[in-house]
Design a binder for this molecule. Structure first.
Ligand SMILES: Cc1cc2nc3c(=O)[nH]c(=O)nc-3n(C[C@H](O)[C@H](O)[C@H](O)COP(=O)(O)OP(=O)(O)OC[C@H]3O[C@@H](n4cnc5c(N)ncnc54)[C@H](O)[C@@H]3O)c2cc1C
Length: 522
């Protein structure tokens, strides 16, 4: 948004970011995201409320607190989602958001080796890499396993069809991470009409009547404010955007009343409709070397380091989610409804608080993972006080419908089917987790309740829709019932897309920038 809005030179843009600069080695080296996973200097490190269906476990939800946001600490998998995800957005009343409407923006944002073509772009700011020739050889076993189950290889999972197994495309450029900051902010830094203030924690939106006129923020413990002559745009993500709105007096009346926050506008959907992808990992001991060997030994690390320094290649230049794809979980499924992940690495011993991907298990291991694409469960986010520095409460409410439980069981069963194929079966020594003793449906469900976890895709907490009773913004992303306030981040997704959420968030921002410029007659 900051790049596109400042490009014409007609408007002054001020970008406020609670975190700091992304000029850090481990935010540049792709595999470095293992180091930012629990690093409070770049990560909000949220902890959810106990989740009733997941044995009352509290989940760890990392979010980027740095220029580039979560795109600076994420796993870099680039997935647009399925055409019908966006067609459904339009069907819900959000005109202008069908797949045909958003496709030009997906093309506009990317510089992909698969483009230029009818469906892919080649001259956008965000570099997308095809790393199919660089991934670990074990990925070939995963692709063949998929084929043995009737899931075809898809050479471009972001092309015309989103079905099939693939090597994941990732957001890197010349072996370095590509984030919203590196792709969009960096080229705009020298513009005199763009100002960036880091370590500026936004505490609330300032309103005059119901018009947003500015922002209040905290810097070094000092309360500051700034006025906006045209618009305030909130892009604080699915956790913090609803928090800021509630702190500003926009949200469910009873929540604001409870914390003595003066009401500006009753907007019941602020913080509601939280959706996320829940995933289950099955961990295998392999008969052949996996990435554990390379990343776990001193010589392997030296070799990987040299490969990276000299050629910007090797495991340090990649994500660990190397293989993946989408399949139909049953014969009745009309569309792919299951996302698969393959990581040629295991880190069973990872202790909470330390997730160094350079310290994997000492034995050869790998991960098969699966995630139902479109969960029905809905959670919520609410402030727990009027203090902007106090984290909001996150209630994921995962697996709260029978359909979601059934989908999760199918996901786990698919992992076992993949493991039993000749291509994977021949290299598996044994299943480590959940282990062969877990066989019955009850046992598999018990394992899911005990181990399933988020893959960090929360959306929809300020969703787009037609009416303030159910939605926070309209289809031009303007807050219902308020003036001069827009929301542009994953919180406005009307529903969760089938895959990872970074690409659709960037698409949304590209489209939003056009809307803002059009609304100001540029
Ligand atoms: C560990 C992890 C792995 C992931 N892996 C992938 C992946 O492989 N592929 C994929 O597509 N997606 C992935 N995602 C998800 C993806 O990164 C997000 O969906 C996407 O970045 C969301 O963008 P956003 O703009 O909505 O929010 P964010 O990117 O989270 O940006 C919000 C920004 O607002 C700032 N902010 C928040 N509150 C305030 C405040 N009060 N004042 C000032 N600034 C504030 C934050 O610091 C941050 O910079 C992952 C996410 C995580 C956390």
């Amino acid at each position: 948004m900051a790049n596109r809005l400042s490009a014409c030179g007609r408007f002054n843009v001020l970008l406020l970011e609670a975190g700091g600069s992304d000029q850090r080695l481990w935010l540049k080296v792709p595999l470095g995201y293992g180091m930012s996973f629990y690093n409070p200097s770049v990560n909000w490190m949220y902890q959810t409320e106990p989740d009733p269906q997941l044995n009352h476990r509290s989940a760890y939800w990392p979010r980027g607190k740095v220029l580039g946001g979560s795109s600076a600490i994420n796993a870099m998998v680039f997935i647009r989602g399925q055409a019908r995800d966006f067609d459904d957005w339009a069907r819900l009343g959000n005109s202008g958001w069908s797949y045909q409407d958003v496709l030009p923006y997906f093309k506009k944002l990317e510089d992909s080796p698969h483009g230029p073509s009818r469906s892919r772009g080649a001259d956008g700011p965000l570099h997308v890499s095809d790393v199919s020739k660089q991934v670990h050889p074990l990925c070939e076993h995963f692709l063949k396993a998929g084929e043995e189950l009737g899931i075809q290889r898809n050479a471009d999972i972001n092309g015309d069809s989103q079905e099939g197994v693939c090597i994941n495309q990732i957001t890197t450029r010349n072996g370095f991470r590509e984030s919203a900051s590196t792709a969009y902010l960096k080229p705009a830094l020298s513009r005199s009409n763009l100002k960036i203030i880091t370590h500026a924690h936004v505490s609330r939106v300032l309103f005059e009547n119901r018009k947003a006129v500015g922002i209040e923020y905290l810097q070094d413990g000092i309360k500051l404010s700034v006025r906006a002559s045209r618009e305030v745009i909130l892009s604080a993500g699915s956790i913090n955007t609803p928090q800021i709105l509630q702190l500003s007096g926009v949200g469910p009346g009873q929540v604001l009343q409870k914390f003595n926050i003066p009401l500006v506008l009753e907007s019941p959907a602020v913080g509601q409709n939280l959706q996320d992808h829940l995933c289950i990992d099955y961990i295998y001991r392999a008969k052949v070397p996996t990435l554990n060997k390379q990343l776990g030994s001193v010589w392997g690390q030296v070799w990987s380091g040299l490969q990276y320094i000299t050629k910007r290649q090797g495991p340090l230049s990649l994500s660990i989610n190397q293989g993946g794809g989408f399949c139909k979980s049953t014969e009745q499924s009309e569309h792919p409804d299951l996302q698969l992940y393959f990581s040629p690495l295991s880190y069973l011993k990872a202790t909470p608080g330390i997730r160094k991907l350079t310290a994997p298990d000492a034995f050869p291991g790998f991960l098969l993972s699966a995630q139902p694409c479109r969960p029905e469960s809905r959670g919520s986010i609410t402030v727990q006080s009027s203090d902007p520095q106090e984290a909001p409460k996150i209630w994921p409410n995962s697996l709260s419908t029978p359909a979601d439980k059934a989908a999760m069981l199918l996901a786990a069963q698919w992992l076992r089917k993949l493991a039993a194929t000749p291509s994977l079966g021949s290299i598996i020594d044994h299943e480590i987790l959940p282990g062969p003793q877990v066989q019955s449906i009850d046992q598999m469900m018990a394992d899911i309740y005990e181990r399933a976890s988020t893959v960090y895709h929360p959306v929809s907490t300020c969703r787009m829709g037609t009416h303030i009773e159910h939605a926070v913004v309209d289809s031009r992303l303007r807050a219902h019932g308020l003036l001069s306030l827009r929301i542009v981040d994953a919180s406005v997704f009307p529903t969760l897309t089938s895959g990872n959420t970074n690409a659709p968030t960037l698409m949304l921002a590209e489209k939003a920038a056009d809307m803002v410029l059009a609304d100001h007659q540029y």
